[in-house]
Design a protein. Structure first.
Ligand code: ATP
Ligand code: MG
Length: 347
């Protein structure tokens, strides 16, 4: 692709600079957090009730595709309650001992954020069940026949788990969260508000129509919206002009962002479904192998957005391109039944 090695529309990849920039733009309170009205209302209620009863809020699970605000909300849960925040992640918890070390050092009322919680070690998961329910863990002391388990009381804490794959969490873990928030892609009006806020924080004067154009091309994702805004700012700076619609179009063209905001992988997936499989149905694993990506990434990152904008539908026989997908890619739709039925190897 043109314009550098980081794909601007990739909701997961980010350079150090992008991460620092993201941190600076993170809303600090529920009030500043744009969109997700339902989730915001639910969280507000949960946090206020806990405050009135002077107890730690229930454990919270945040589920949804990358870049929609899970980490941001976890931080807000801590800020709003004036509680300390400890951050960890599933891949960092490879043994029950890793989790025991974290849990036993929590201070009363602390918020423990575990990102990518579906990637935690199984043995740690089991320890977490008891910790979540009873604020207690059992620690094994000694080895072999002489080993005994010693109970250890924990300070009451609130666990905030985040996952792009809620379906992968074992039921006993999912059931122990008092509340699960499913984050949705943002609509264009909400994204315009995210951008407006970011522009004013950056001291950037941007036309309304320029913001609307970015909002329409950022995959429904605030992280990508902010990133595109930054590139538009660069463009206006270098070319000495205003950050207007012309600058947005030129900058997005330079960075290879298409009118729907599809990224390289989205386009690769669509091309495979349309050209190699005549519009589908195509099974998830076949798709993943064809584009050289993990099935997990296709399912958690690519597919939800393509479904949301109506380019594919999921059927029991696999993924199928819609008429608007054929139009978007400028291809003639195959006549129904024209292609031979393709082997359906998986779903
Ligand atoms: N509702 C929102 N209002 C304003 N800005 C937002 C909102 N949600 C997210 N952002 C912005 O998008 C950036 C990415 O959000 P965040 O890091 O919380 O996503 P995430 O869901 O944790 O992603 P990942 O799954 O990759 O960890 C944040 O830095 C923040 O600036
Ligand atoms: Mg995150």
């Amino acid at each position: 692709m043109q314009g550098g090695d980081v794909d601007l529309t990739d909701p997961v990849l980010a350079s150090e600079a992008e991460l620092a920039f993201e941190g600076a733009l993170r809303p600090k309170s529920l009030e500043e957090f744009v969109g997700q009205t339902r989730v915001r209302g639910q969280l507000q209620l949960l946090l206020t009730a806990a405050m009135l009863q002077q107890r730690t809020p229930d454990h919270i699970l945040l589920a949804g595709p990358p870049g929609l605000g899970k980490t941001t909300l976890a931080m807000i849960v801590a800020y709003e309650g004036g509680r300390p925040l400890r951050m960890s992640s599933g891949p960092a918890i490879q043994h029950a001992g890793d989790l025991a070390a974290i849990l036993s050092s929590l201070v009363p009322g602390e918020v423990l954020f575990i990102d990518e919680i579906h990637r935690m070690a199984r043995s740690a998961e089991e320890m977490l069940y008891l910790a979540m329910e009873d604020f207690r863990i059992d620690i094994m002391v000694g080895k072999g026949a002489g080993a005994t388990s010693v109970p250890l009381d924990l300070a009451p804490f609130t666990l905030v788990g985040a996952t792009t794959r809620a379906g992968l969490l074992p039921n006993p873990l999912r059931d122990r969260f008092g509340f699960t928030a499913h984050l949705e892609f943002y609509d264009e009006a909400e994204l315009e508000r995210v951008l407006e806020r970011a522009a004013s924080m950056l001291g950037l004067d941007v036309d309304r129509e320029a913001l609307a154009e970015i909002a329409g091309r950022c995959r429904g994702t605030p992280r990508i919206a902010n990133r595109l805004l930054r590139r538009v700012r660069d463009y206006a700076l270098v070319h000495g002009g205003r950050a207007d619609l012309g600058a947005v179009r030129a900058a997005l063209e330079l960075y290879d962002v298409d009118p729907l905001g599809l990224d390289r992988l989205d386009r690769a997936v669509m091309q495979i479904i349309l050209t190699r499989f005549g519009g589908g149905p195509v099974g998830l694993n076949t798709l993943a192998v064809s584009v050289g990506e993990e099935a997990e990434t296709i399912e958690a990152v690519v597919e939800p957005f393509l479904v949301r904008i109506g380019l594919i539908t999921r059927t029991p026989r696999g993924r199928v391109a819609t008429p608007s997908a054929w139009r978007h890619f400028g291809l003639a739709e195959r006549a129904p039944g024209a292609a031979a039925a393709l082997p359906i190897d998986d779903l």
